[in-house]
Design a protein around this ligand. Sequence first.
Ligand SMILES: Cc1ncc(COP(=O)(O)O)c(C=O)c1O
Ligand SMILES: N[C@@H](CCCC[NH3+])C(=O)O
Length: 466
Amino acid sequence: MVTNPLAPSWLTVPDDANELPAAIWPASARREGDGVVSVGGVPVTQLKARFGSPLYVIDEADARARAARIHDAFAAAAAAVGTTVTVYYAGKAFLSTEVARWVTEAGLNLDTCSGGELAVALAAGVDPARLGLHGNNKSLAEIDRAVEVGLGTIVLDSEQEIERVAAAAERHGRRQRVRLRVKSGVHAETHAYLATAHEDQKFGVSLGEVEGLVADIRSHASLEFVGLHCHNGTQVFGSAGIAESARRLLEVHARLLAGGPVPELNLGGGFGIAYNTGDDATDAWELAKPIVESVAAHCAALDIPVPHLAFEPGRAIIGTPGVTLYELGTTKPVEVDAETGGTATRLYASVDGGMSDNARYALYQAQFSVRLASRRSDAPPALVRIAGKHCESGDIVVDADYLPGDVRPGDLLVVPATGAYCFSLSSRYNYLPRPAVVAVRDGEARVIVRSETEEDLLSHDAGVVL
Ligand SMILES: Cc1ncc(COP(=O)(O)O)c(C=O)c1O
Ligand SMILES: N[C@@H](CCCC[NH3+])C(=O)O
């Protein structure tokens, strides 16, 4: 089949539209002999029959394995340059009590960025000493709770927060460990809304302010300064940006050593994953060695000891193990003018979820892929756009991919690489109940977050008369 002129340039016509590219799919995903896709040994037809759709499905063994692999790779890289490392799982990517246990059992600490995430982490039984708290506008109540429960580290995001955290620590008679979040000035190569270390955005303090603010932190007996923090942004490929931020931070870190200890350096997360066949992502565990070695080289040039390191990956752990299962409801072939002249057909295929369970196209024009999962088909591939059922024309889940041209209502579709920032960004828009999250492993499926019901939808409406 020839390329559809409406297709984006990175998208090629697949040789086999039934194939599940390994870089995008969970480790256990397969197309079984009967043509049905299974994840964790559970066929999607069975998942649909038991739990309905839409449904978030997570390959538990894959998520645990990625957490362990990243943890171990950074630990080995750090040991090789004579230091140690703490890897935090960034809970904002996906957090439930179950996932909090998976990552902490793999040896990771857990980073939260709101009182709600902190509550989930505590409800999971995670030792508060292994928790971090981020946020550019933490409320006094959030700070108070964090200090009260004995949180491992709070990342200070502004000058004002120094006083707020110091006061809470004094009130509770604690000495709170704190980091200072810094804008390195590196503008990450990612979507504009996903870059977080350049000057003109809300997170962190400028490099030039750091020395004054650290002096302020050190003047408070209730605060223990542990080091600088920088997170360049998210869905970033390669290690060049993080190495450059490390270089810039270490220059200031070296000067800070004159005024007291600076035991740590936290370089954030942000490791990109493949969402479609056009993405070429290096796994986070492959980047551990080059990143840590470049930190060590900068330290050697500055003649300072290599600090204890910290990283905060989220997407690289939970993104690929998660998929979303939908049922296809309506199809519409639409004739569209092609830029190259003439017209071409785009098949709009609407599923039973949409931007409420996956807001990433609507927010960042993120390009996901999709496969027909309830059967195999050798029909010639057709260019499809997977739309949701919301009252928005921008309600798109998958902007462009090729599916077998005979896809029809009742087919099950699976969108891979939805484990990160889909459930966590989900909403109840148009009063669609949030889907359940199911963990699959060794042929077993179990609900780890139950789906919302009509009762849940009405439960906050103070005027219900029935
Ligand atoms: C401070 C901080 N740390 C860690 C992360 C995790 O990023 P990712 O899921 O891309 O690894 C984020 C999200 O961008 C973040 O803002
Ligand atoms: N929500 C974003 C990631 C934000 C990460 C937090 N700074 C995404 O889906 O990619």
